[in-house]
Design a protein around this ligand. Structure first.
Ligand SMILES: Nc1ncnc2c1ncn2[C@@H]1O[C@H](COP(=O)(O)OP(=O)(O)O)[C@@H](O)[C@H]1O
Ligand SMILES: [Mg+2]
Length: 248
């Protein structure tokens, strides 16, 4: 067993004009766990994800995966280090089928010298697609257009697309946003089940779900890390209650 953290966030910060959207945030993410970032609207959660994934360049700090520094790397290099993310806004090809969306994402698994092969002959990618269709309960929808799926199915497909490149760390920004209660429950079970193969860093607003699913929680408030710990310890934290639970 490798007990060292898979990811380290060290002193990340960025300002927009005079606003410190993310202010000196540090934490570790342990392997095969669900770690969740919570905090009120505008706390800096999505900006933190943009800094971690390289979509934004931090003013200070760095991000490491298994000891490799991600700062300054291209999106492709960051993916090669094992980071994959979903967006708060959907990122699917609506005019392609469910299977085609997954195939495109899984094509990344094929060695570059196979890139010219017809997509049907990419064995590793094809078996990955079948595995994800089944795991995400999308097999019966495989040949439907992504644009014709229900909202809940689309969000499920997005997570599957993120996993198709077999990342080490998966960043999910509000995966249950806009979902029905039933879909939220299903998604909770799915995310929990992912930790056999991947580490999940989650942003989630549904506090009940967060408390059920998380091994560890980071609370953000006005760009800063306000608290970090197990669900029980975070819930009991007086600063957190005042800043967050008090207001919901
Ligand atoms: N690109 C940007 N330019 C200017 N301000 C931004 C930008 N992105 C986010 N912000 C501001 O940074 C703060 C944190 O936003 P965000 O990270 O989206 O919060 P959260 O995801 O926790 O709701 C907010 O005050 C937001 O208005
Ligand atoms: Mg956000």
């Amino acid at each position: 067993m490798n007990n060292t953290p898979i990811m380290k966030i060290e002193g990340l910060g960025i300002s927009f004009g005079g606003l410190k959207a993310v202010d000196d945030v540090s934490f570790d993410v342990d392997r095969n766990q669900v770690k969740t970032v919570i905090g009120p609207n505008g706390a800096g959660k999505s900006t933190l994800f943009n800094l971690i994934s390289g979509a934004l360049r931090p003013r200070s700090g760095r991000v490491l995966i298994d000891g490799a520094v991600l700062n300054g790397k291209s999106a492709g290099q960051i993916k090669a280090h094992g980071l994959s993310r979903s967006f708060q806004i959907t990122n699917l090809f609506f005019d392609l089928t469910v299977r085609e969306n997954l195939r495109l994402a899984a094509q990344y698994l094929e060695p570059a010298r196979h890139a010219w092969l017809p997509i049907k002959r990419s064995a590793r990618a094809a078996s990955k697609v079948d595995e994800l269709l089944s795991r995400f309960i999308l097999t019966v929808k495989a040949d439907e257009l992504a644009g014709s799926l229900s909202h809940g199915e689309q969000r499920r497909l997005e997570i599957a697309v993120c996993l198709a490149s077999e990342p080490k760390v998966l960043l999910l920004d509000e995966p249950t946003q806009g979902m029905s209660h039933g879909d939220t429950e299903d998604t909770k079970e799915l995310i929990r089940g992912l930790t056999d193969s991947v580490t999940v860093l989650l942003i989630e607003h549904d506090v009940g779900l967060v408390m059920d699913i998380s091994d560890s929680i980071v609370v953000m408030h006005q760009g800063k890390k306000l608290a970090e710990g197990t669900p029980a310890s975070v819930r009991q934290n007086a600063d957190v209650q005042a800043a967050y639970f008090g207001s919901v």
